[in-house]
Ligand binder design. Structure first.
Ligand code: DOR
Ligand code: ZN
Length: 337
């Protein structure tokens, strides 16, 4: 039986939510990951030091004894340099959402004007704080990421010392752009590496596969798989695991977000193995993130066996019930207890 070992996997884009949902999902990440970059799109968003520290405390309580580093992010607004200087050691990045583009992003940026954004972005650049971006326009849903690419480009040019992370890229065009500027980097999710729009609505409508940015075409998926499995040093794994209650996914006006935290690594082992690129998986899930963000890996080692793993129909605690991607299906790789 084939075995794969990963050292200190990091999830560089994770939604842990709060309260009861946090208690359900946090242990499902902290069991297998060494740490994660935690998204700030709570209600209200995390945009002040006290709120951020308090949220981190709640996360630490929820993960229990697991050796897991919650790396906190701040919701992007115009901040003063003094404020950023004061909070710098508590955050790994500032996360920018275009206003209203996804879950709890109403307080995001309305207009991308490099002059207007300059005071905050120059301060971040000087303080070495990376900028993480949800890069979508409010245009036609399939074109939103591509329409946003000129914004990435103008930011990369205007702020050459600012590290800019293109979050959850989904298109071939984004794969091309990230390689064009030294200060652009990207995360890719497990779902964008495995799904196309056909999986979401080509047959029956699958609300648990609905997310922002929506999954794209075969050509796009192929470009994502190619760069991720190559171990390209600018590309990191970020699950964008985004749990919503089962009842909020299985209804009209279903919430966007795919829950993958407990199954993403097994999916990645399978994908890299199927592509004969297992030797690059360690880079994608850990080494590249360590280099880009300057992370110190802990000693966590996760062992995978080539053994069937049936994905649970749901994960549940108290009143909280969440359905994972590929619920009820069989993966070829399991995590050794
Ligand atoms: O599908 C998504 N869900 N995309 C995002 O960008 C946010 C996330 C969420 O927070 O639910
Ligand atoms: Zn996200």
């Amino acid at each position: 039986m084939q075995t794969v070992i990963l050292n200190s996997p990091f999830d560089m884009h994770l939604h842990l939510r709060d309260d009861e949902m946090l208690k359900l999902v946090a242990p499902l990440s902290s069991k297998t990951f060494s740490g994660a970059l935690i998204m700030p799109n709570l209600m209200p968003p995390v945009d002040a030091k006290e709120a951020l520290l308090f949220y981190k405390q709640r996360i630490k309580k929820a993960i229990g004894d697991n050796d897991f580093a919650p790396m906190m992010t701040l919701f992007f607004k115009n901040y003063s340099k003094e404020f950023l200087e004061d909070i710098k050691d508590e955050i790994i990045a500032v996360k920018l959402y275009p206003a209203g583009i996804t879950t709890n992003s109403d307080g995001g940026v309305e207009v991308f004007d490099t002059v207007e954004l300059a005071p905050t972005l120059n301060a971040m650049s000087e303080l070495n704080i990376p900028l993480s971006i949800h890069g979508e326009s409010n245009g036609y849903v399939m074109d939103r990421e591509t329409e946003f690419l000129p914004v990435y480009e103008s930011l990369a040019i205007a702020f050459p010392k600012l590290k800019i992370i293109m979050e959850h890229i989904t298109t071939k065009e984004a794969v091309d752009l990230v390689q064009k500027y030294d200060n652009l980097y990207a995360t890719i999710t497990a779902h964008h590496l495995t799904l196309t729009l056909d999986d979401v609505l080509g047959n029956m409508l699958k609300p648990h596969l609905f997310c922002k940015p929506i999954v794209k075409s075969y050509k796009d998926r192929e470009a994502l798989v190619k760069i991720a499995t190559s171990g390209h040093p600018k590309i990191m794994f970020g699950s964008d695991s985004a749990p919503h209650l089962k009842e909020n996914k299985e209804k009209d006006n279903a919430a966007a977000g795919i829950f993958t935290a407990p199954i993403a690594l097994q999916i990645l082992v399978q994908l890299f193995n199927d592509n004969n690129k297992l030797e690059n998986l360690q880079k994608f899930v850990s080494d590249n993130a360590c280099n880009i963000y300057g992370l110190k890996p802990n000693k966590k080692t996760i062992t995978f066996k080539e053994k069937d793993f049936k994905i649970p129909d749901f994960y549940e605690k108290g009143t909280q019930k969440v359905v994972p991607m590929y619920a009820g299906e069989i993966l070829k790789w399991s995590i050794e207890a």
